[in-house]
Design a protein around this ligand. Structure first.
Ligand SMILES: NC(=O)C1=CN([C@@H]2O[C@H](COP(=O)(O)OP(=O)(O)OC[C@H]3O[C@@H](n4cnc5c(N)ncnc54)[C@H](O)[C@@H]3O)[C@@H](O)[C@H]2O)C=CC1
Ligand SMILES: O=C(O)CCC(=O)C(=O)O
Length: 570
């Protein structure tokens, strides 16, 4: 009619109502087609290699052959696999009813295109609609060649089944999520070229946040034995493991306890059949690892999922149960030289007692009871550092604050308890005296030049509105020689945050993790927890989108939910 012609006729036109639609592949798309076809009044039968529950009045066909014989229209919704290659060939087309129609919106390899051309030319089939082809042009500039060209009973479309703005956006999000999940948790679900493996995080409070090793290897006998030998030689306790294989490749994802899996990784790299090994264990030590780590400030004592008073054992348990990566706790020394968890210099705010910690004995401190959030006494005593570390051993990393004056003693206790690799010390230091400071604290081996993964010290730096970006960068560059796994950067207020976060993150990129706190505005670049409760994206989104990969918060449960919703935590 656009060309000015009027051709009114009913020849070859039929209602779909009452006709039989045969769906081959009753998955996500096939089953939706089923619902739509029934809404148009069609009778639906389907065939799938996996037994699948029928939707509405649809019924499974006894076999593919039965479906082909019974259907007026056959529509294909199977993936391209060895099993579906030429699924519909000359024989199958021959089984279809005279005057039936074939729709192929799945993949070109599923239908033998020459046989289809023949069935259409002979008018055995009344028509076909084909969106996918064995050979598709790789761009719109290349010509389209097909035996179906020129047949007037075929509708040809250029693989546009998913070509709506909405579908393209959904595809982009799906692809990005899948890539993020591979990077962050090693999941290969949906990959077409490697075995599909998905290892769920171990649930619940007893779970140690494990180090995850991803191992791609040649699929030949004996490799798994070597892998397990390496794990047991290094005393790595396996808490979860999944293997997937295809013809050439094996892919294992294995979770081990939070010790240092780097030696295991090195040993796995040396196995001749290893193709690639990666460890998410290095989450903390690996500046390139984009996983965002969650640190529960004074352990999980606020917000949903909180366990009890700050710096208490129940709050540590709560942080572990919700899946935090690290707790931050404060260390003070009693007059008789014992380390206890206490934030303030005095016990006044958080316990039933009064006085400076360093003027009380351990016994006196232990008689006190911790206060709850309303200031009421609980049955809980002030934990010793040893108790707290033992509660965390093999379960969660620990960041010790306020330990500035006793770094060496704390590190020595951690080493004694076999926890050197998951205790992180920190202090605010100036770059010019950083090395001297560490040496004078007996921490010579933490000074640059040592193997970076043994370092357990993190410098803290603070910048405000008066700090020039070049000065901040100079300071960070000087600190970076310490090879610390992370640098805690405090930015005072929103203006400082807006101005400095990008240059800071850019400078640290690949050198050290950027640790930020969302605790209060004077250190969080003006983006603190209270705002995050209303608008997590404005606070935590701003941080991670700007390159922050460790966030310390008083709202760990909410932060975890936010990061998990973005595929940035597992
Ligand atoms: N033309 C286009 O632009 C688009 C094409 N597709 C194609 O559609 C296919 C189906 O997509 P979904 O429904 O999302 O996949 P799906 O994986 O949800 O469903 C596929 C179904 O086919 C079944 N199946 C596999 N081999 C079979 C066989 N030999 N015989 C019978 N059933 C078999 C599976 O058991 C599964 O239930 C995709 O694999 C893709 O190739 C998907 C989106 C857009
Ligand atoms: O149009 C596209 O981007 C491809 C859609 C497609 O074939 C699919 O999702 O399987």
């Amino acid at each position: 009619m656009h060309a000015g012609r009027w051709r009114k006729t009913s020849a070859g036109s039929h209602e779909v109502r009452g006709r039989t639609l045969g769906i081959v592949g009753y998955g996500r798309i096939g089953s939706q087609v089923s619902v739509l076809a029934e809404a148009l009044g069609m009778r639906v039968i389907y065939h799938d290699v996996v037994p699948t529950l029928a939707l509405g009045n649809a019924r499974p066909a006894a076999s593919l052959e039965h479906l082909l014989r019974e259907s007026d229209v056959v529509t294909l919704h199977v993936p391209a696999t060895e099993g579906t290659s030429n699924l519909i060939g000359q024989r199958e087309l021959g089984l279809m009813r005279d005057g039936a129609m074939l729709l192929n919106n799945s993949r070109g390899s599923v239908v033998n295109i020459d046989a289809l051309g023949e069935a259409l030319r002979s008018s055995h089939l009344a028509g076909a609609a084909v969106d996918v082809f064995p050979h598709e042009p790789s761009s719109n500039d290349e010509p389209f060649e097909s035996p179906l060209r020129g047949l007037d009973n075929v509708i040809l479309t250029p693989h546009v089944g998913g070509s709506t703005g909405e579908a393209q956006e959904a595809i982009a999000q799906d692809v990005a999520t899948k890539l993020t999940r591979f990077i962050n948790v090693g999941s290969t679900t949906g990959a077409v070229n490697v075995p599909n493996v998905e290892l769920a995080a171990q649930p619940g409070g007893e779970r140690a946040r494990p180090h995850r090793i991803l191992h791609f290897h040649k699929n030949v006998p004996g490799v798994l034995g070597k892998l397990h030998e390496a794990l047991s030689a290094h005393g790595a306790n396996v808490s979860g493991e999944v293997l997937g294989t295809n013809q050439e490749l094996g892919y294992v994802v294995v979770d081990v306890d939070p010790g240092d899996s780097r030696p295991v990784v090195e040993e796995l790299e040396a196995i001749p059949e290893t193709i690639r090994v990666r460890s998410i264990l290095r989450a903390w030590h690996d500046a390139d690892d984009p996983t965002v780590l969650v640190v529960a400030h004074r352990a999980a004592h606020r917000g949903p999922g909180a366990g009890g008073p700050e710096n208490s054992l129940p709050s540590i348990e709560a942080a572990i149960a919700m899946g935090c990566d690290m707790i931050e706790v404060d260390v003070r020394r009693t007059i008789d030289g014992h380390f206890v968890l206490m934030h303030d210099t005095t016990v006044d705010r958080t316990t039933t007692g009064k006085g400076r910690v360093d003027e009380l004995t351990l016994e006196q401190v232990r008689e006190l009871r911790l206060l709850d959030g309303d200031g009421l006494p609980t049955v809980l005593a002030v934990p010793t550092l040893r108790e707290a570390l033992l509660a965390c051993r093999g379960r969660i990393m620990v960041n010790l604050d306020k330990a500035r004056g006793y770094l060496a003693e704390c590190l020595s206790l951690a080493t004694q308890l076999g926890m050197r690799n998951h205790v992180v010390l920190k202090a605010r230091i100036q770059s010019e005296d950083a090395s001297d400071y560490l040496r004078s604290n007996g921490l010579d081996d933490l000074v640059g030049g040592q193997s970076p993964h043994t370092l357990s010290f993190m410098p803290i730096v603070a910048f405000d509105e008066s700090t020039d970006a070049p000065d901040a960068l100079l300071e960070l560059t000087s600190l970076a020689v310490l090879h610390a796994p992370a640098i805690e950067v405090c930015l005072d207020g929103e203006a400082a945050g807006d101005r400095l976060i990008y240059p800071v993150a850019n400078l640290l990129d690949g050198r050290a993790r950027l640790w930020m706190n969302s605790l209060w505005d004077s250190i969080s670049g003006g983006r603190s927890d209270s705002r995050a409760i209303e608008d997590p994206h404005a606070v935590w989104g701003w941080m991670v989108d700007n390159g922050v990969t460790v966030i310390q918060t008083d709202e760990p449960q909410r932060l975890l939910e936010y990061l998990r919703s973005r595929g940035l935590h597992w």
